[in-house]
Design a protein. Structure first.
Length: 472
């Protein structure tokens, strides 16, 4: 039973645990079964199918995004400029009026802080697009990285990813993946089984797509605030493709499976620990929409498969057409992009400039030098700042250790992609998208510190094992 109070809902009673005999399974009629199967295959192929591309193995989603950003970068630049300006302008209008020309602006309302950040993005976008101002603003490690790489990538990833994710989710994919993942997700991470799809979207696509899924399910009552906090901060992971970029930058592509395996293990360990600690554990279990929690269920593996297929086919039968889902996903993706891209530019540019032009992170890293050395990781003077600077941008630590010993490279490669929280992109994105949780700046900094405390000794141990095996 759910109770509403002050615009939020809570579930008051423990759900009855069902078995397969108590569940009314949906009829497996040919049309909804075919609809679900096609949608599942479309999403699976686009996000998961390994294909060779330019000497590497990647997925169609990465190929599409890379082709667009690399083939027509000028068009992507114009699009990014316009959508950031639109986001800042519409947010400004929403702060003073409920609607314009009959169009409801409530979607664009936000706090004063994020309004100012979107306005800052509006001002900065023309500066970055036309390369106005001092040269240090546009170097490859600061403005060049933010505008030409991160802004372009996120701006393209979200609307394209939203098309295929929406087809997948609205036509049964969420129900199938969520049901099958329940036996693992709930006991390990205290989140619904459906959260596995958010994580999968991040692993194979982008944290942007994963967060898009989380937002949609949250607004539909499928997650409460603690679920969202957990998923956004523990499962908004670096994509498989970016792990490959990190490995290639450090001339360790031959160790990609080892680096990725270590990364996966570290993310799981951090998730298991952090969901049981503040600030995640103290976040209320409140919904912002009428709750739609997963049905409590226990059964054999075969029972889970039957239930997963039944739930998926039922959703496909009741859901939209392929065209309707794709159209809605694209429009929602564009709207979300207009909200967060300016914030990402403003906060990310400040973070990378701070990292590149001040000794802040060298100073902060000094106390860690003896710790890194005591753990047996070489080049401690270079590695220590790299453990801290990842809070600005995940790629910066990698650039600091390109000339170090193999053990140091491996350590930083795994650490940089496992810390997850960085303020060039994912930090402001989470705070802006989930201001009603709320996810605060201090919470993200605290979680970054906690992750780093867990990861440093854990990855050091993994590094020594890998070295002992003769792989380094």
């Amino acid at each position: 039973m759910a109770t509403e109070q002050g615009g939020t809902w809570t579930v008051d009673t423990e759900p009855h645990v069902h078995d397969i005999d108590e569940v009314e399974l949906h009829d497996f009629e040919s049309r909804p079964v075919l609809k679900f199967t096609i949608a599942f295959l479309i999403g699976g192929v686009f996000f998961l199918l390994p294909v060779p591309y330019q000497g590497e193995v990647t997925v169609p989603f990465d190929i599409v995004v890379s082709t667009i950003t690399e083939t027509v970068p000028d068009a992507v630049g114009v699009y990014s400029l316009l959508i950031i300006i639109a986001g800042g302008a519409v947010t400004t209008a929403a702060m003073f009026r409920d609607e314009v020309a009959g169009y409801d602006l409530s979607y664009f309302e936000t706090s004063v802080v994020f309004w100012l950040l979107r306005v800052a993005g509006l001002v900065l976008a023309p500066v970055m697009f036309f390369k106005v101002g001092p040269e240090w603003l546009h170097t490859p490690g600061t403005g060049g990285l933010m505008w030409g790489t991160l802004v372009y990538s996120v701006g393209v990833i979200i609307p394209i990813g939203a098309v295929f994710i929406t087809i997948f989710v609205e036509l049964g994919g969420l129900e199938f993946v969520g049901t099958m993942a329940r036996p693992l997700m709930k006991p390990l991470f205290k989140v619904p089984g459906r959260a596995a799809l958010d994580s999968l979207a991040s692993w194979v696509g982008s944290y942007s797509v994963g967060l898009y899924v989380t937002r949609n399910v949250f607004e539909a009552g499928g997650y409460h605030k603690r679920d969202v906090f957990t998923i956004a901060t523990c499962f908004s992971t670096v994509s498989i493709g970016f792990v490959g970029v990190v490995a290639a930058t450090l001339d360790m592509l031959s160790l990609f499976p080892v680096i990725f395996g270590a990364y996966f293990f570290c993310v799981v360990v951090c998730g298991i620990i952090l969901v049981r600690l503040p600030p995640i554990s103290t976040t209320p279990e409140e919904y912002i929409a009428e709750p739609d929690p997963e049905m409590a269920f226990e059964g054999s593996p075969g029972d889970y498969v039957r239930l997963a297929l039944s739930e998926a086919v039922k959703k496909a039968d009741e859901g939209e057409t392929f065209f309707q889902a794709a159209k809605r996903g694209f429009i929602d993706g564009l709207k979300l992009t207009s909200l967060i891209l300016g914030t990402i530019l403003a906060v990310g540019l400040a973070a990378t400039l701070l990292s590149a032009n001040t000794p802040v992170f060298d100073i902060l890293g000094q106390p860690l030098v003896p710790v890194i050395a005591a753990l047996g990781i070489p080049n401690a003077q270079a590695v220590a700042p790299a453990t801290i600077v990842g809070i600005t941008e995940m790629y910066v630590p990698v650039l600091l250790v390109t000339e170090t010993a193999p053990m140091a490279k491996f350590f930083v490669a795994v650490l940089a992609v496992s810390q997850l929280i960085f303020f060039s992109s994912v930090g402001p994105m989470i705070m802006d998208m989930f201001s009603d949780v709320p996810v605060r700046f201090r919470d993200l900094v605290a979680l970054f510190v906690l992750r780093t405390v867990i990861l440093v000794p854990l990855i050091a141990a993994i590094t020594h094992v890998v070295n002992a095996l003769g792989l380094l």
